[in-house]
Design a protein around this ligand. Structure first.
Ligand code: TRP
Length: 344
């Protein structure tokens, strides 16, 4: 069977939103609304795989929803909802916990990185995280998932789970008159290199909301114009002028990052940005980047604040999204319960 193309993606409400979330994820979700049936989620159940302060979790959930809306997601065309409001995510995740193998989970590099040498002290939920992610995607039989490079392995696991489910239950799937490839083999839509935003203090590290070493490393979406300009001015760079061609950015991770941010914010290629700024030093480039960042992020922040000041409206939008997501999710679960042999 051929599946109707459908996009699903999610972001964890587990910290203040930053430029990396915006350029790498949220902003890329917007144009997909014109070409695909889209479902975007605030994955609060994934957030609690590590401890979250309840008041902060609530605030971040509202802020992330506000960011989705401020960036241009249209809650009429697109389903925008909060994961924990559609209980079928937990239900299908449990079933997938029983489909996935310990060995598969153990091989996840994100688990290994996060657990480090202290796996014993991690939550069971952190280990099972990828099964919940597979449930998010497959509840809606999503065919395409826009994510960063670091989520590719989780998407492979999602395909492994879909395939094993389709195989393990093939007889029951057929007996219920359902298509043999019951769950689709979902494809990642990987973020382009130009939108892989790095820390402003260390070009080798990803820009992150949990960066503890220095707050100057991260531009937050709620930063005001002065703060954005200050962070860009203080960003790590090097003494060389910018090259005129992209190859000249090799071995210059900080320069590459700043040019990449400029390119992404202005919807241009790095080559195009370098054709303008090649030969100029950071003394000229940084103020231009600061102006650009303020002109793009300023209006976005204002719009976010407007939404955040009206939590009842955000809750209404999330409620509506949950109703629509829940209707699709329940259709899938009604079939899955039969396939499994659960008596209702
Ligand atoms: N694991 C993803 C991340 O950390 C977030 C996520 C949860 C997700 N469920 C998803 C992304 C489903 C895409 C689809 O970025």
């Amino acid at each position: 069977m051929t599946f109707t193309p459908r996009v699903f993606s999610g972001i964890k409400p587990s910290g203040d939103l930053h430029l990396g979330n915006y350029l790498g994820a949220i902003r890329r979700f917007v144009p997909m609304q014109d070409t695909h049936d889209c479902i975007y989620c605030v994955v609060d159940m994934h957030a609690i795989t590590v401890w979250q302060d309840p008041a902060e979790l609530r605030r971040w959930t509202l802020e992330l929803t506000a960011a989705y809306l401020a960036a241009g997601l249209d809650p009429k065309r697109t389903i925008l909802f909060n994961q924990s409001q559609v209980y079928q995510h937990a239900e299908l995740a449990w079933i997938f916990n029983c489909v996935a193998r310990m060995g598969w989970m153990n091989r996840m590099t994100q688990w290994k990185d996060k657990a480090g040498k202290n796996a014993e002290a991690q939550s069971v939920g952190l280990f099972a995280y990828p099964a919940l992610m597979a449930a998010d995607i497959l509840l809606y039989k999503a065919t395409h998932v826009p994510v960063g490079e670091d989520q590719k392995q989780h998407l492979e696991l999602t395909r492994d789970i879909a395939q094993k489910f389709n195989n393990d239950f093939s007889a029951s799937i057929a007996a219920h008159g359902l298509d043999a490839d019951y769950f689709p083999l979902t494809e990642p839509v990987i973020t382009g290199a130009a939108t892989r935003v790095r820390s402003l203090r260390d070009g080798a590290k990803k820009m992150s909301k949990s960066e503890s070493s220095s707050d100057m490393a991260t531009i937050y979406l709620m930063d005001d114009a002065d703060m954005i300009a200050k962070k860009i001015k203080k960003a790590k760079s090097d003494p060389e002028p910018l090259p005129s061609e992209e190859v000249g950015l090799k071995e210059r991770p900080e320069a590459d990052n700043l040019v990449g941010i400029f390119a992404a914010l202005s919807d241009r290629t790095k080559a195009d940005v370098l054709s303008e700024f090649g030969g100029q030093g950071f003394g000229a480039f940084k103020p231009a980047l600061a102006d650009l960042a303020v002109s793009v992020l300023g209006p976005m922040a204002a719009e976010m604040r407007r939404y955040v000041s009206d939590p009842a409206e955000i809750e209404r939008i999330l409620g509506d999204g949950a109703t629509r997501a829940g209707a699709i999710a329940e259709q899938t679960m009604a079939e899955v319960r039969k396939i499994i042999g659960f008596v209702r």
